[in-house]
Ligand binder design. Sequence first.
Ligand code: GTP
Ligand code: MG
Length: 337
Amino acid sequence: MPVHIVVGGFFGDEGKGKITAYFSTKYRPEASIRTGATNAGHTVVHNGVKWKLRAVPSSFVNKETKLYIARGALIHIGVFLSEVEKLGVSNRIKIDYATGVITDEHIEKEKRDSYLAKKIGSTCTGVGAATSDRVLRRLLLARDYKELEPYTTDTQIEVIEIIEKGGLLLVEATQGYWLSLYHGTYPYTTSRDTTASAVLSEIGLGPRSVDRITVVFKAYITRVGGGPLPGEIPIEEAEKLEWIEYGTVTGRPRRVAPFNRELALRAVKANTATDVAITKLDKIFPEARCKTRWIDLPASARKWIEDVEDELKVPVSVIGTGDDTICTIDRSEEVGL
Ligand code: GTP
Ligand code: MG
């Protein structure tokens, strides 16, 4: 199984960080690569310790896994270096020579842009400004910065060689299908495509290398910033349901809506999902909290999952029942993966 992609199916923050971290402990991938940029924050809780990540792949929890940041991704040098130091991964993380670099000027430029900051509700982390500089061929890349030299390599060839030798590459996408610049709710989108095909392009791999595409959904939907959100419920109601969340990067409260099968089905089709992961089942069925076996779930929760499978026509392989990687029900083998 050379390449396994984990990608978001709603508006980001579905819990890809947790699912990727879980997969990295289960499948022990030789390497893991993160795409996207520092506007996306992943939260990983492993062995009771909570980590907030904006650059390093969530698979860092597996100490044997080599860590990469894709060529088409963007980093902010300060965020990258401080995270690498905090996590103690400097001896096993590499970025591509041609990974783009976000500067403080990019961040300032977005903060001054009231269309982005107010109407679109951008995270204002400089990602769009840096992306537009890249399109205009002005952006400086990792190879242009002396302090990044110890970390730079040709990530494309390194991951191709790993795959050719039969090693597993776990790909961590960021954000979600409906935030895609092309397929999402434009103009209320992010500045890149967020599909499985797009993350392959960011890495420099072709579609035939891929065996498994796990699309991650949360048991309800959250969204930050502006734009449509079908079935949106008032913040006070979300608070009562304990569905309220605060952005990892911005600290803003996330807007909330119930699970939406139409949105999920389109994301499944567009990503050619082999399987689906559902996180936060414990938030709609509190009795499911931190269960690790399918048979220990309440019947109503099992029925809810089976209905999702019927409508999406793909198996639900992994179910999150708590924020810790341990709080996971894994049916991958049972459903033939
Ligand atoms: P982006 O790349 O920014 O889209 O982020 P993400 O998909 O990695 O999700 P993020 O970590 O930003 O948000 C998910 C939140 O849900 C985090 O606070 C996780 O700790 C939490 N979480 C993930 N899975 C579960 C689960 O099964 N149950 C509970 N209770 N919390 C979970
Ligand atoms: Mg997030």
